[in-house]
Unconditional design. Structure first.
Length: 390
């Protein structure tokens, strides 16, 4: 799976600088009821402004997420009116496709282009509209139509033709530490805003016991509730008390839309829990649990987004092989423990597996507009699942 990101770029002029843009977006956030905070630990939203060298200032944030060609054009035209400059929006879709909008309302410039596979986007690419914008139109046109390129390669090739710095076209607020001179601002959601609690679900099931002395034991989860911060991981089972099984090379993996994915090494501590008994345990108080994916997205986009927001635990168990089936892994949101989920490779997990599969079926049927599904609807869905279509 590839990257998903959205960003916007403004050509520098007398009105356009990083401080002005921070003020502009601060006013937007204030109008929405968001409160500026000093620490990322207290924030629900991040704003990043990249103003280093070159011709463009770039902005990325949780609030900048393009879902259609229309809202890309609307944002570009609004900012072009505000700052009397060229504005360009870029959207990457799972490393399969790139969408680009370029506007200057005073000069009457309205350029649109797309490359690769972008499901749900019907507007045809208009590379000719970029003829007076890029420095090498022929190469630009050929790059957009080169089906061997992934989205990031398209951006890498066209960046110098647009006056962008290397990697500026793929600027992301969550990777801002990789860019020099980035300004960051953090915001907390309104106190009165109704927040949905996190609801973690196992994303990949295995009903076989763990493989001893193997690093290929991975359990991944997805959040189908609201965003949160803070995660605990626990390993439970009768093997813990006498340490008949121990774990090494335990790590949290996330950011599956990037390669390599991000890794946090974990150090487990043995402790006693009131409900689970003896467990191996670790807390990650700063880990951000991503928000659920919008179910109104097209099916492929929905599944790709879920993959990019999933995270998991990789571990190597050592010890009593006969107790491998007793290994149970728990994912616990620190701020809402009721939203936890767990995986066990034994019969104890069969009931949870059945419930989660039923919930999955219900969600898929609702996405298909089949809230009151017939037997044929269910058969069609099962066929799609087992043939790998979804």
């Amino acid at each position: 799976m590839g990257q998903f990101f959205s960003n916007v770029h403004l050509r520098k002029n007398d009105k356009t600088n990083s401080e002005n843009l921070m003020t502009y977006y601060h006013e937007i956030m204030h109008q929405k009821g968001y409160q500026k905070v000093e620490s990322e630990d207290d924030a629900d939203l991040t704003l990043a402004v990249y103003d280093y060298e070159g011709q463009w200032i770039s902005v990325a944030s949780d609030i900048i997420e393009f879902s259609s060609e229309e809202n890309m054009a609307d944002m570009c035209k609004s900012l072009s009116d505000q700052y009397d400059t060229d504005v360009m929006a870029i959207c990457c879709v799972d490393s399969d496709g790139i969408l680009m909008q370029y506007s200057n309302t005073r000069k009457g410039i309205d350029a649109w282009a797309k490359a690769g596979y972008c499901p749900g986007v019907s507007k045809r690419s208009r590379p000719a509209s970029w003829k007076e914008i890029v420095t090498d139109y022929q190469k630009f046109k050929e790059t957009l139509s080169n089906h061997e390129y992934i989205a990031e390669e398209v951006l890498e090739t066209v960046e110098p033709m647009l006056g962008l710095l290397p990697q500026q076209g793929s600027f992301r607020y969550d990777l801002s530490e990789e860019y020099p001179g980035v300004l960051l601002a953090y915001y907390k959601a309104p106190e009165g805003e109704v927040k949905e609690n996190p609801s973690l679900c196992i994303d990949g099931y295995g009903l076989d016991p763990c493989i001893m002395n193997s690093e290929y034991n991975v359990v991944s989860v997805i959040n189908r509730g609201g965003p949160s911060r803070g995660l605990a991981i626990a390993f439970s089972g009768p093997y813990v008390e006498k340490e008949e099984i121990r774990f090494r090379n335990v790590q949290l993996e996330y950011g599956y839309d990037r390669y390599p994915c991000k890794i946090i090494p974990l150090e487990l501590t043995k402790k006693k829990d009131k409900k689970l008994g003896w467990i191996y345990y670790v807390e990650l108080p700063q880990f951000k649990i991503p928000n659920k994916v919008d179910m109104s997205l097209p099916d492929m986009k929905y599944m790709d987004e879920e993959y990019s927001r999933s995270f998991g635990i990789r571990f190597t168990p050592e010890g009593n092989e006969k107790m491998a089936g007793d290994i149970c892994v728990h994912f616990i949101p620190l701020k809402y423990p009721k939203g936890q989920c767990w995986w066990c490779g034994t019969k104890r997990n069969m009931e949870e597996t059945r419930k989660e599969f039923e919930n999955y079926m219900k969600r898929e049927l609702i996405k298909r507009g089949k809230k009151k599904a017939s037997l044929d609807d269910i058969k069609d869905l099962l066929k799609d699942i087992f043939t790998g279509k979804i």
